[in-house]
Design a protein around this ligand. Structure first.
Ligand code: IPM
Ligand code: MG
Length: 351
């Protein structure tokens, strides 16, 4: 099995290095090959998603991804900005189903800005559609009106087939968990979302064992803070999922703890932490590598059906938290404060 390793920008290389050490320690005879993406891709090959990088991922069995984003390249035309790397990979590889679990570890209950009783024991899964919606809808652009004023526009669109396939993923994920699915939309205002709701209801007929609920996105944003434990699996569109998953990450104490998987229908996947490149702390060796390490565990579970080593990695992460190891993002008085590499060492020792 070949894994394409795309560290990207900012803290990307530091956190990916730790996840790689963990994967290598498990010794599954994977072959790893690294390539530049994002700002690193632009600097090396004048494109955020260089041709060779795309070739490599297409010849691989899974992708381990760090993060992309580099402020110093924000003045480039949109198609050359670092973010285009991840958007391009999602689209090119048809990675339409994005799994973003939000789990509160008992040791980190106090790291959340919410009251412990609100978040203790939280275990939810957000499934975000990843290749459609206003992220990719055309037409889009900035044009000049007759009166000389400029106008920006993007288009929210969803085809029935796109809604249906991610709805199936949502119902099937719910079947494996608490059998409850909440579909988040804005059907009261947007036609696209009215269709979303209709299709989700249609698909629900095939899953009589799953309790389906619908919620408007504004209410969902509120409910996630008010009583997040009411949710089991949430399925939603690309933009709402982007926003709600960042919100959900804060329930868990730190965005530095949350892994993700982006899959196509063949379970080929890209695995990445949900956080960004954090340029403010890049190169300092202080970033939390746990989200990336947990993403590697998701890779074993979802793309390679290797539940046992995935369980072991997740257990090792739980153990280092129980042992009191903390990076700056989950800082706690009396804890063993460590940097990126020491956190990786602790996970390896626990393994
Ligand atoms: C995410 C990120 C990306 C997105 C950016 C980097 C393009 O925020 O993965 O959530 O908006 O999808
Ligand atoms: Mg985001």
């Amino acid at each position: 099995m070949k894994i394409a390793v795309l560290p990207g920008d900012g803290i990307g290389p530091e956190i990916v290095a730790e996840a790689l050490r963990v994967l290598k320690a498990i010794d599954l005879k994977f072959e790893f090959e690294e390539a530049p993406v994002g700002g690193a891709g632009y600097r090396a090959k004048a494109h955020p998603l260089p041709e060779d990088t795309l070739k490599l991922v297409k010849a691989s069995d899974a992708i381990l991804f760090g993060a992309v984003g580099d402020f110093s390249l924000d003045t480039l035309p949109r198609e050359l900005r670092p973010e285009q790397a991840i958007l391009g990979l999602r689209k090119e590889l048809n990675l339409f189903a994005n799994f973003r679990p939000a789990l509160v570890y008992p040791e980190l209950v106090h790291a959340s800005s919410l009251k412990p009783e609100v978040v203790a024991g939280l275990d939810i899964l957000i499934i975000r559609e990843l290749t459609g919606d206003i992220y990719f809808g055309k037409p889009r652009g900035i044009h000049t009106l007759e009166n000389g004023e400029r106008e920006g526009f993007d288009t929210m669109r969803y085809k029935e087939s796109e809604i249906r396939r991610v709805a199936h993923v949502g119902f099937q994920a719910a079947q494996k968990r608490g059998k409850r699915l909440c579909s988040v939309d804005k059907a009261n205002v947007l036609d696209t979302m009215q269709l979303w709701r209709e299709i989700v209801i249609e698909v629900s007929k095939e899953y009589p064992d799953v309790a389906l609920e619908h919620m408007y996105v504004d209410n969902a944003a509120m409910q996630l803070l008010k009583s997040p434990k009411q949710f089991d699996v949430i399925v939603t569109g690309n933009m709402f999922g982007d926003i709600l998953s960042d919100e959900a990450s804060m329930l868990t104490g730190s965005i530095g703890m949350l892994p993700s998987a982006s899959l196509n229908e063949k379970n080929f996947g890209l695995y990445e932490p949900i956080h960004g490149s954090a340029p403010d702390i890049a190169g300092k060796g202080i970033a939390n590598p746990l989200a990336t390490i947990l993403s590697a565990a998701m890779m074993l579970r979802y793309s390679f059906n290797l539940a046992e080593p995935a369980d072991r990695i997740e257990a090792a992460v739980k153990k280092v938290l129980a042992q009191g190891y903390r990076t700056g993002d989950i800082k706690e008085a009396g804890a063993k404060m460590v940097g990126t590499k020491e956190m990786g060492d602790a996970v390896l020792a626990a393994l």
